[in-house]
Design a protein around this ligand. Structure first.
Ligand code: ZN
Length: 511
């Protein structure tokens, strides 16, 4: 390959590397803010984070990047770059074009309005008063519409909302999502009715038994060990800390998760550790050769969620996992669960019950919460509905989809922070994650027909290796639609996920 092409590509990748190093530092500074920072440090911390984000923006809009991109793409030997190099070029160009087309004034205004809207949201939520939040939400939606219109041109999407979806799920469109969600909704509602009317119902009182926090920490360690998320050895690349809202952050050899411990809802931390553990092993098992390259990141928010929900639900809420782990749980908790049998426990942790709150939803109703939010976002950005109409449509949707009466907006339209934080187009990825996880499971079952027996013996190793080989190691080499096809040979389809749910819940509920 020509010297000049190699040298330009190297220079460009050096710039990308510096940005990844900076971003990984910002992530740890942010992690510290959530976990360890003393209260008085908040002012200094916001200055530190703002500074890092300003430096990051400057680095990613550096005109030299534009020059190098052009040199490489116009080079007569461009075609000789390999697939990974071309993908790196594509991802850098996409990011650069978007970052440089958004006026800095707008970016700053959005950041400022997000902070104001989050503050208003917190107060309005505490006061159960949507009208306190409404004017700030209207402003952030207007600003996001402006940004979406600019991004729509750069990304060449059909609608402004598609441009927002593309940030989290590249190339996905509202049209495709509407189609798969319609199919999903119909089956989920019918499955929900079957569970609700089944004669066999779970006894969930066992989940309210008090488990001391120090014992819950030991349970977390045992779960981390099961999924192969090392938090203890000298070679460890992970750790578990405590925050109100669990999250995962980090990069390759330093990926951290958080959880929360409540004495009277021990299952909450248990499943959050499995969920975040699923995110963490994805990040840790990206192709090591691709560190500091754009291709060395997760494929999309939806794919990330497919990995966390795979570990949390498909593995962690399976009967087989509890064949292995219930005796361990009993051992760790003394006599708290000594009278509980396997089937009672497994049915309890898989209770299907419509609820008002998304984060507490079970596997059957979870996607219905997402579909409601997606419909509202799509219609807001198509100017079909207004911010003022959101509470009424929200409440009606909960009645129609879940048969639930929303009594105040704090447990309704204001329950999630996403809209205040300017995250539009993000919600669909939660449900897409479930859909992908079903397709991935169907494929894995062909390669590892014995996987359930392995789990019952406490062996997650082969499954993990399968996920690393077939999902994690691809990083961001493909857009999500291409990756799911690469892994499963099929296009995006809700059928495998619905089959998984129907099979599981008909057994649990006996219908
Ligand atoms: Zn997640």
């Amino acid at each position: 390959m020509a010297e000049s092409l190699i040298s330009s590509y190297k220079k460009l990748m050096e710039k990308a590397k510096n940005l990844f190093i900076l971003q990984s530092a910002a992530a740890i500074v942010h992690w510290d803010m959530e976990t360890k920072m003393p209260p008085k440090a908040i002012k200094l911390r916001s200055l530190q984070l703002a500074m890092l984000s300003r430096i990051g923006h400057k680095m990613s809009t550096d005109p030299e990047i534009g020059g190098l991109l052009e040199d490489i793409m116009k080079h007569p030997e461009y075609e000789r770059l390999n697939a990974v190099q071309k993908r790196n070029m594509y991802l850098i160009k996409k990011h650069y074009d978007e970052q440089t087309k958004l006026p800095e004034e707008l970016v700053v205004e959005i950041a400022r309005q997000e902070a104001i809207a989050v503050d208003a949201w917190k107060k309005a939520k505490a006061a159960k008063n949507f009208s306190m939040f409404k004017p700030e939400l209207e402003k952030i939606v207007e600003l996001k519409k402006k940004a979406a219109e600019i991004l729509m041109e750069v990304k060449e999407t059909a609608t402004p909302y598609d441009a927002l979806i593309d940030i989290f799920e590249p190339k996905m469109t509202a049209e495709t999502i509407s189609k798969v969600f319609d199919e999903l909704k119909e089956d989920l509602v019918s499955l929900l009715r079957k569970c609700e009317t089944a004669p066999k119902q779970p006894n969930i009182s066992i989940l309210k038994r008090k488990v001391p926090v120090d014992i819950q920490r030991k349970i977390s360690k045992a779960l981390a060990e099961f999924v192969g998320y090392d938090i203890e050895s000298k070679e460890a690349g992970g750790r578990i800390d405590e925050t109100e809202h669990p999250f995962t952050t980090g990069y390759y050899d330093d990926v951290r998760i958080t959880t929360h411990y409540y004495e009277d809802t021990f299952a909450s931390s248990l499943f959050s550790v499995l969920h975040e553990g699923g995110h963490a092993i994805y990040e840790q098992n990206l192709n090591p050769e691709w560190i500091f390259q754009p291709v060395g990141t997760g494929c999309s928010s939806g794919f990330h969620e497919s990995q966390s929900r795979f570990v949390e639900n498909i593995i962690g809420r399976s009967r087989e996992f509890w064949i292995y782990f219930l005796p361990k749980l009993k051992e760790l908790t003394g006599n708290i669960f000594s009278d509980v049998d396997l089937d009672t426990f497994v049915h309890a942790i898989n209770q299907v019950k419509p609820s008002k709150i998304r984060v507490e939803a079970d596997e059957v109703t979870y996607c219905l919460h997402i579909i409601i939010r997606f419909n509202l976002e799509r219609d807001i950005f198509a100017d079909k509905i207004t911010v003022a109409e959101l509470p009424e449509i929200w409440n009606q949707s909960y009645k129609d989809y879940l048969g639930i009466e929303i009594e105040n907006d704090s447990e309704g339209v204001m329950q999630d922070t996403h809209w205040a934080s300017g995250l539009y187009g993000y919600f669909p990825s939660y449900a897409l994650g479930n859909i992908y996880s079903g397709q991935i499971l169907a494929k894995m079952e062909k390669d590892l027909p014995d996987w359930r027996n392995q789990i019952a013996k406490g062996n997650f190793q082969n499954i993990k290796q399968w996920l690393v080989k077939n999902v994690h190691s691809y990083g961001d080499l493909y857009d999500p639609a291409d990756l799911i096809k690469k892994i499963t040979g099929e296009e995006l389809s809700v059928k495998p996920y619905l089959n998984y749910l129907n099979e599981k819940y008909s057994k649990l509920y006996g219908f």
